[in-house]
Each structure stands twice: as C-alpha cells, then as structure tokens.
Design a binder for this molecule. Structure first.
Ligand code: ASP
Ligand code: MG
Length: 424
C-alpha cells in the first residue's frame, strides 16, 4: 500500500487538479491512499476569516464569499455538468462555517480549528469527485474518523493507539477496495470536535496514515524537484539531494528547511517506510528518497531564516546562569509557545534566536524581565549549515557581522546582520 500527499500548491486551480489526476493514473500502484491539503492559499484565507469574525469586522462576509467563489470556480472548470453532486457537496461543507458565524465568537483556538478545517474538507471533496468523474474510482474518507487527538486546538497531539486501531480496523478495508481520498492536517477529539495538527501539518498526516497502515512508501508531491541543499529563494546554486538519511532529514527539518514538516520523519523512520519527495510538475523525475542510508550528505546544506530576534537574558545581580535559571527560562519559553532556533549559554548570559512574532515576543520579554535583564536585537538572520566547511562559512558571512555562532561536529549556526560598514 502506498500513500500520496498533495499540498495546496498542487491543487491551486483546475489545471492542478487535472494534473494530479494524471499523476494518480500513471504513477501510482494499488492500494493507494491520497492525502490532500486545502487548495492554494485557502488556509491563510480561512485564518483571516476567523480573525475577522473574532474582531467583529465587517469584512467577514466578503472574505467568506471570496473563498466560496474560488472553490466554485475551480469546480465549474472541472465539471461541465452543473448537476454534478460535487456542487451540493461543496455548499453543504461551507454551511458549517455559516452556522459558526451566526453565533457569538468564543474560544479562539477551538473556533479556528472548526473553521480552518473546512479548507481540507472541501478540497478533498472536489478531488474525489473529479477522480470519479474521469473514471478513476475513488471514495472520500473523513480523516477525523481515524486521526484521534487530545483537545489542544491548533496543535492536536495524536493519540497513536486509538488512531492505529481505527485505521487498521476501518480504513484499511476501504483502501483495499479502492483509492481513498482523505484530508491532511485535521483530526478529532474523543468528543468528536475537529482539531488541526499545526500549520503545514498535512505531511504529518500522510506519515501518520502510512505508519498506521504499514504502507510501503509515502510520496509527497511538491512544486520543487525534491529536497535541495538550499532554498532557491535565498541561494543561486542549489543541488538536488537524491538520497537522504532519516537522520539528516530530521536535522534539516528541525533547523527550518521548509520542504518537509518536522514531525513527518519520525513515524516513517520508526516503521522503516521510505519517503519520496517528487515534483508534481515533472512527475517522471525521481526526486529525493529519504530512508535508511549511512551516507552523509556530499554537499553542505543551508537553511536560512530571516526576521530573527536575538535575545540575551542576563541575571540582574551578576549571578551565574545555572540549571535553575535555565529551567525557569525554558518554562517561560514553553508557556509562550516559542521555538528556540539556536541558543548559547555563558556564565553570565543566555542567548537565543527566535522568529520575530511581535505579539509573542513582546509578551515573552515582559515575562522574562520580571527576573532578568533582557537585551534584544531585531532584524537578524540565522543561517544553519549542515556539513559545513570553512569555505562555505566564508561565503555566507561575507559582508555580514556575526553576533552569535554555535558549532557542533556537523552543524554550524550563525546569527548575523548586514555589516553596514562593508558598504561604506
Ligand atoms: N492546509 C494546511 C496549511 O496550509 C496544512 C498543509 O497544507 O499542510 O497549513
Ligand atoms: Mg497548505
């Protein structure tokens, strides 16, 4: 059994849906489970809708109408008969949002999940109907019947035992009959409320299904040729990595490589399931295979993060930073749901680089300032080089001022900013 995952970019318009149906027809084997995300930028739009609803903005209905129009337009391009059941199915799915909008807002994270999940529900309905329309027999399945989570809305934690049991007992028989199309990113609590697994969580869903169903492989179809050694947005010369170990894949995802969701690898590695990353634009190309390989990467890999804040935390009374302070600092970071991208400890200070989310950072600095002296620099860049050498370090730090550097045997991280003097 195989799992295919198609992200939002692959189904952003009617052409995209047609293209993925071709891929399913010519590049898959049976049995097959297909995981699809929301179309294009729908999740962002649904997030805007949720915020507008909470803030009581007049734009709520306009945003919602745009989302509906976008989906109906795609459906009209795909289905020439206006009587196809897909149209009713789309309307009925969006009605869920109408019901929510009629009530007064409460509990942001909970409502967020109920609204934002509709993006995946509607996209999978369109894809599933379209496959049948073109003669590829498939059935739609509701991922919430299988993926069970706790009630941490917006970041549901998977209950693996329940999920495995439901997938084996109820999903496997369906997949053995015919192609199943289901959603990424969403799950359900034991009280049947919808949860989401965190932004970009569909890769993770594909990995959960694959591990619970003992799939032979997962393929994530993307708009890049595979895993590259750097993001072409920041680097001119990038190379495709044909074979990648689970270990390196986890390291790269952890440091912020956006090509795969960080949580995706573990369930696959634990079950020894290979992960292929291939291009939906060039489906004949092999892409990257992530699996058990001892081979370290031949070329250095770069991960670049902009818009970083470098925060230095110092004791007010010149005492040492020791385990006790560190555990308190990490507690505060955890409470504010802040991910530390890199850190360095010295006797009198503890420095971290984190993404600049103004709201979160302001609250964090206020909380830390109760006990510590806090200094920070905004507008920093963080570069992580896996399998670094002096030459590559030289290249990325050219015209930069490095404010913090952390090296381990294989990985070097530097927080830096433009060296203004270099341009004078
Ligand atoms: N649609 C969700 C998002 O954009 C999940 C995903 O695409 O992986 O975050
Ligand atoms: Mg998406």
């Amino acid at each position: 059994m195989e799992v295919f995952k198609f992200g939002g970019a692959s189904v952003k318009n009617a052409e995209g849906v047609k293209n993925i149906s071709q891929i399913i027809q010519y590049h898959s084997s049976h049995p097959l489970l297909i995981v699809v995300s929301a179309m294009g930028k729908t999740t962002d739009a649904l997030e805007r809708l949720t915020k507008a609803y909470f803030e009581g903005l007049g734009s709520v209905h306009e945003i919602f109408e745009d989302i509906k129009t976008y989906h109906f337009q795609i459906a009209h391009e795909l289905f020439s008969d206006g009587t196809n059941p897909v149209f009713d199915d789309i309307s009925n799915t969006f009605v869920e949002i109408d019901w929510i909008l009629e009530d007064e807002p409460f509990n942001f994270d909970y409502i967020y999940d109920q609204i934002v999940s509709v993006g995946e529900l509607v996209s999978t309905k369109i894809v599933s109907h379209y496959l049948n329309y073109t003669g590829i027999k498939s059935q739609w399945a509701d991922a919430r019947n299988y993926i069970q989570t706790d009630n941490t809305y917006r970041e549901g934690k998977v209950d693996w035992n329940k999920t495995r049991h439901l997938a084996e007992a109820q999903l496997l028989p369906l997949v053995q009959q015919q192609i199943v199309v289901t959603q990424g990113f969403i799950g359900s609590t034991s009280e049947n409320f919808t949860t989401t697994l965190g932004r970009e969580g569909s890769d993770y869903s594909a990995a959960i299904f694959a591990s619970c169903l003992q799939a032979s492989a997962v393929t994530i179809w993307k708009d890049v040729p595979g895993v590259l050694n750097a993001d072409p947005k920041w680097f001119d010369h990038t190379e495709l990595i044909p074979q990648l170990s689970y270990h390196d894949a986890i390291e790269l995802a952890y440091y912020g490589a956006t090509v795969i969701h960080p949580k995706t690898i573990k369930p696959l590695q634990n079950n020894n399931i290979p992960l292929h990353v291939r291009s939906f634009l060039k489906p004949d190309a092999a892409g990257t295979t992530i699996g058990h390989t001892e081979k370290p990467l031949r070329v250095p890999s770069f991960i670049f993060k902009v818009n970083q804040v470098l925060i230095s935390i110092l004791p007010k009374d010149f005492s040492f930073i020791i385990e006790e302070n560190l555990s308190q600092i990490f507690d505060i970071l955890h409470q504010h749901r802040i991910k530390v991208n890199t850190m360095l400890n010295s006797a009198l200070s503890f420095s971290i680089s984190v993404d600049h989310d103004e709201e979160k950072i302001t609250k964090l600095i206020a909380a830390l300032s109760v006990t510590y002296k806090v200094k920070y620099n905004k507008g920093m860049e963080l570069v992580t080089i896996r399998y670094y050498d002096q030459q590559t370090i030289g290249r990325v730090t050219e015209n930069k001022k490095v404010l913090l550097e952390v090296r381990s045997r294989h990985t070097c991280q530097m927080v830096m900013k433009d060296n203004i003097q270099a341009f004078e």
